[in-house]
Design a protein around this ligand. Structure first.
Ligand code: F6P
Length: 327
C-alpha cells in the first residue's frame, strides 16, 4: 500500500466514498488553516456550542464544510457533530452514519498550534431517514475511524478495522501518502499526558497513579516519567501512535455538572478504535471504551488510552480503590 487510494480501493466503495469526502474536506480545511489570520478565520464566532463552549470561526466553518461534503455522498445517511445540537439526516438510502468533531483542540487555533478533525463511521441499523437513537451504537460497531492532524505537516490516521495506518499529505499533488503502515504502540512507556492543573479534583486512584509516575525511579514504578500535553487530544493521540505513551482525561470534581470532559461519540470512540487497532488499550479506567452503550449523542466519558501497561496499571488502581470502598 502506497497511498490512501490503494487502501480505499480495497474496501466497500460506499464506505470509501464517505472516507474520501472527509479526507478531501480535510485538505480544504488545511488550506484555510495555512492562511491563518490572512483568511479572516481566526477569533470567536460569537456563539456557544451545545456543550456551552465558545465556538471559533473555524469550528463553524469546518463543520459547514464537512456537512456540505457529506450530504452529497449517497452512501452517507446522516451525520452528528460535536458542534450541532441534533443529528442531520443526509441520504435516506445511505449505508453509513458519520459522527465528527470538525476541529478538535480549537483553543489552539489562534496560537498556530496543532488542531485536527476526528471522525467515526457507523453502519446503519434501520432504513428510512435516520433518527438520533440509531447513532447510539457502541464504539465496537464502528466500521472506520480516523483523524486529520493539521500540524507542521498534515497527517491522516485511519483504520477500517484492519490496523491503523498513518498518511502524510503531499501538498504538491494533494495525495495522502502512507508513511507508517500498521502502527504498533509499544506496551511500555515513560511518557504520560494529563492536564495537571486538575490534580486536586481527580479521584484517589488517579492521584495515586500520577504520584507513582512523579516519584520516578525512587517510587514503586522504578523509572522516571516525562510529561507532554498538547491540549488538543488529536495531537496527544498522534504522539502515542508515533512513539507510545499514556493519555488521560479522567473524571474530576471541578464542575459537578461535567464530571468528564471528552465526548464518547466524537472523541472517545474513534480514538479508541485507532488505538486498539494499533495494539494499545483504551478504557474509562473502569471499562473498555468501545463496549460502552451510548445513552446520549453528546455524552462525556473519562478517557484513559495508550500503551497497554499503563492503561492496565490505572485500571488496577481503580479496581483496588473500588473494592476498598465497597463500590
Ligand atoms: O474538547 C476537547 C479538548 O480540546 C481536547 O482536544 C483536549 O484534550 C482537551 O479539550 C483540553 O482541555 P484542557 O486543556 O482545557 O483541559
Amino acid at each position: 500500500m502506497k497511498n490512501l487510494t490503494d487502501l480505499l480501493s480495497n474496501i466497500d466503495s460506499d464506505l470509501a466514498a464517505v472516507i474520501s469526502s472527509i479526507t478531501d474536506t480535510g485538505i480544504a480545511i488545511n488550506q484555510l488553516l495555512q492562511q491563518g489570520a490572512l483568511a479572516g478565520i481566526l477569533g470567536a464566532a460569537g456563539n456557544e456550542n451545545v456543550q456551552g463552549e465558545e465556538q471559533k470561526k473555524l469550528d463553524v466553518i469546518a463543520n459547514d464544510m464537512l456537512i456540505d461534503a457529506l450530504k452529497n455522498v449517497p452512501s452517507c445517511a446522516g451525520m452528528a457533530s460535536e458542534e450541532m445540537d441534533t443529528i442531520l439526516p443526509a441520504n435516506a438510502s445511505g449505508k453509513y452514519l458519520v459522527t465528527f468533531d470538525p476541529l478538535d483542540g480549537s483553543s489552539n487555533i489562534d496560537i498556530n498550534m496543532a488542531v485536527g478533525t476526528i471522525f467515526s463511521i457507523l453502519p446503519r441499523t434501520a432504513s428510512g431517514e435516520p433518527k438520533e437513537p440509531e447513532f447510539l451504537q457502541k464504539g465496537s460497531e464502528q466500521v472506520a475511524a480516523g483523524y486529520i492532524l493539521y500540524g507542521p505537516s498534515t497527517m491522516l490516521a485511519l483504520t477500517t478495522g484492519s490496523g491503523t495506518h498513518l498518511f502524510t499529505l503531499n501538498p504538491k499533488d494533494s495525495s495522502y501518502v502512507v508513511t507508517t503502515e500498521n502502527v504498533q504502540i509499544s506496551p511500555s512507556t515513560k511518557e504520560f499526558a494529563i492536564n495537571m492543573s486538575n490534580q486536586r479534583h481527580w479521584e484517589a486512584p488517579m492521584q495515586d497513579y500520577i504520584n507513582e509516575c512523579l516519584a520516578g525511579e525512587t517510587g514503586v514504578r522504578g523509572k522516571n516519567f516525562n510529561m507532554r500535553w498538547v491540549a488538543a487530544m488529536v495531537g496527544d493521540v498522534h504522539r502515542i501512535l508515533c512513539r507510545g505513551g499514556l493519555f488521560t482525561y479522567p473524571l474530576d470534581k471541578k464542575d459537578p455538572k461535567k464530571p468528564a470532559k471528552l465526548r464518547l461519540m466524537y472523541e472517545g470512540n474513534p480514538m479508541s478504535m485507532l488505538i486498539e487497532q494499533a495494539g494499545g488499550q483504551s478504557t474509562t479506567a473502569r471499562e473498555r471504551m468501545l463496549d460502552i452503550q451510548p445513552e446520549a449523542l453528546h455524552q462525556r466519558v473519562p478517557v484513559v488510552l495508550g500503551s497497554s501497561e499503563e492503561v492496565a496499571r490505572i485500571a488496577q488502581l481503580h479496581a483496588e480503590f473500588d473494592t476498598s470502598v465497597g463500590a
